[in-house]
Design a protein around this ligand. Sequence first.
Ligand SMILES: *Cc1c(COP(=O)(O)O)cnc(C)c1O
Length: 424
Amino acid sequence: MSAAAPVGEDSGLFAEDLAEAAALDRADPLAWATELFHAGAADPPYLDGNSLGRLPKRSLSRLLQLAEDEWGEGLVRSWNGWMDMPARVGDRLGEVLLGAGPGQVVIADSTSVNLYKLAAAALDSLPGRTAVVTDRANFPTDRYLLAGLAASRGLTLRLADFDEVMGPTPEAVGNVVGADTALVLLSHVDYRSGALADMAGISAVVRDAGALTLWDLSHSVGAVPVTLDESRADLAVGCTYKYVNAGPGSPAFLYVSRHLQQRLRQPIWGWMGKRDPFAMEEPYIPREGIGSFLSGTPPILGLALVEEGVELLAELGIDRVRSKSLALTAHLIRLADRRLEPLGFHLATPRQDGQRGSQVTLRHPRARELCQRLDSSGEVILDFRPPDRVRLGCAAPTTSFTDLVRAAAALARSAAELTSGEAG
Ligand SMILES: *Cc1c(COP(=O)(O)O)cnc(C)c1O
């Protein structure tokens, strides 16, 4: 192995970085929050909270209590308390994390299914328009859902190419919407670059073209304060198992701005979206308001965990979470500039605070091998996105500045080993 590069945590340079990080951790007003989460015995730094958030300790007790008392003892009688959970938890999520007034958010289904419901409802409401727009780099399920809807309705799917690092801007979106456009589906925070889109600016451009916006908030909810009402967004969806920490496969949410609720009808007519679900002989008559966007029986166990995740973030305060997240990602960018750029890594996330979410993405020509090495060594948990991106998620409640140094040191060591393996 080459002796030239500072490749180990214990080498001089990373020792300096570790000392600096320890000071930042001591000054961190949210450092105590890690206590709220379950931690494994020999946990490596976990920089993948943007794929699956950690388990809040209180969620475990809620799960047991719900299963034993409400399900085990209460049985079917417990539906009295369960029935309004999609709307109740939706309102609370809207209030705490989405900047959405009551009666506009429900918890239901998966993000994919909610995308389908809202996109289909939007398209049905604008029958004369023939094009739907999304970002060519958007998350796969978003593109597939829109492609499927376009194919089944004979619409044109327009895949826009935005700047790889900075993502869509109002100007660039203005260039791809027109009088033919029904719907624009975009991610608020890009899952690859972590770029944060200008929701208000883009929504205005789309509105001016007479089209509707559908925002995917999967990578912003719980990490970035979202202002749906103030930004005049039309529609939104998002998942709860990333920064909301509600657990694998936890139910998603959907938002329909109040001004659209009368006009839009979603396509999956189930009994839970009906005015009186128990008037069984009646034909389908949708409920008033956001409840009409429900379809089937709500997943109560998952809903309870969404509630716990939202309450935990309410206690921490989304603004404090955002401040720490920005401090973490800014620090990681500094570390990358200092220690990783010389080893062939390139920053693929916006440098400006206001323009990124809660992750830092680095490109490296051998990212795949690098990540495989780190996977098998187990010294850090992060993820790889083809073809050449390493994604480091900085979930503020559970990530320390020391974690960032350890991750950067592991990346540096792997990169140096790969290169020296070739030389030798
Ligand atoms: C994680 C994520 C999803 C997930 O969709 P599921 O239906 O839960 O699988 C969708 N869109 C984006 C942008 C995501 O980041």
